[in-house]
Every structure is written in C-alpha cells, then in structure tokens.
Design a protein around this ligand. Structure first.
Ligand SMILES: [Zn+2]
Length: 197
C-alpha cells in the first residue's frame, strides 16, 4: 500500500530515497481526466484520412457552412483510463484486477473496494462517459473525427470529384462526406471516420 509505505519512511531515520520515476503511482480520481487529452487537431489524424477530412471541411466552409471540431485523435492512454474507470464504477471488475498500462502510473486500488469504486465513478462523471468506451476505436487509431456542422443545408458544396451538389438534406451531406472518404456513423451524430465505424 502506498500510504503505509510513505508513513513508514516519514518515521524512519533512513535518508529519503530518490523518487522512483516510473514506479511512483498516483491514486485514481477525477484529476486524471485532464491528462492525455483528446486532440481537436486535424494534424493528429493519420493519412489519408487527415487530408481527406481537411478537404471535406474546406469545401463545407467554402460553401458557407460552419464546422466545429470537438475530437480527433484520442490517446490510447485516455481510452484505457475511460474504459477501466467505467468498468470499475459499474462493479464489473475489482480494482486489483485492472491490468496496468505502460506510461499510465495510476493506482486503481484505494483503501477499500468501495473507495476504489467511488474514485472510478468520479472519473466517469468527469469524463462525461455514457456508454462503456472501447480500448481501441477509430479515434485511438487517428481515423475518426467528431464535428458539428451547421448551416450546410441549402448550400451548394463541391464534392470530392469536383462536381457541385446542393445539400438538400443530411443524407446528401453524408454523401458529400463519402465522396471525400469521410464516412458518417449514423448512430453517433458528431462522428465520422474513414470507414463509418
Ligand atoms: Zn467519435
């Protein structure tokens, strides 16, 4: 236990040992949510999706639509934290059973299982998690974008093959995206990816 070890060293006469860089771990809790942030930059996507989605957005903006990007690349470390926080909060796993991840020095085990679960639940709330997040997704692969597109309906937009299409409906907007290799996932309003997943 971290706590008892640090109490012990406070009371011993031995000189303090230098901090162990990789070994020092920090208890789980909502302060983890600010770490490993999700990117909102196109530059963090992989090719060819990065170029394709950039062209799609440029065409939308040229037509007078507005585009607000909320998420592109999600670091796998963030997916790990979200995934296991949700599992622990739901009681589907005990804190001691969470596998470690290299580069994420989090201590999931608190003094009691209830405390571990409470800390995980606080993380779930801070992340705004609704559905259990996958460890791997198109976002962790740099192949997805979440964006809100406004004022596109009724505008004439250039498609990926250079023709012009009047966006009469969302269905048409989705076809325009597909012409750039940016595929809509219908069940997730802001989400587009290179294969619709
Ligand atoms: Zn998404």
């Amino acid at each position: 236990m971290m706590m008892s070890r640090s109490l012990f060293s406070d009371h011993s006469d031995a000189p303090p040992s230098p901090p162990a860089e990789a070994a020092a771990s920090e208890l789980s809790g909502p302060h983890w949510v600010a770490r490993f942030p999700t990117s909102q930059r196109l530059e963090d996507l992989i090719e060819p999706f990065r170029t394709n989605v950039g062209r799609f957005i440029a065409a939308l903006q040229a037509a007078g639509a507005s585009v607000r990007i909320s998420a592109t690349y999600r670091p796998p470390e963030r997916a790990y934290l979200m995934h296991y926080a949700k599992k622990l909060a739901d009681g589907r796993l005990r804190a001691a059973e969470v596998p470690p991840m290299a580069g994420v020095p989090i201590e999931w085990v608190h003094a009691t299982e209830a405390a571990s679960r409470q800390a995980a639940a606080a993380m779930v709330r801070a992340y705004g998690i609704v559905y259990a997040p996958a460890l791997r997704s198109r976002h962790t692969e740099g192949r997805a974008i979440d964006m809100t597109i406004d004022h596109a309906i009724g505008k004439t937009v250039e498609t990926g093959d250079g023709s012009a299409v009047r966006v009469a409906s969302l269905r048409v907007l989705h076809r325009v995206g597909a012409s750039y290799g940016v595929i809509k996932l219908l069940s997730d309003p802001p989400h587009w990816s290179d294969d619709g997943h």
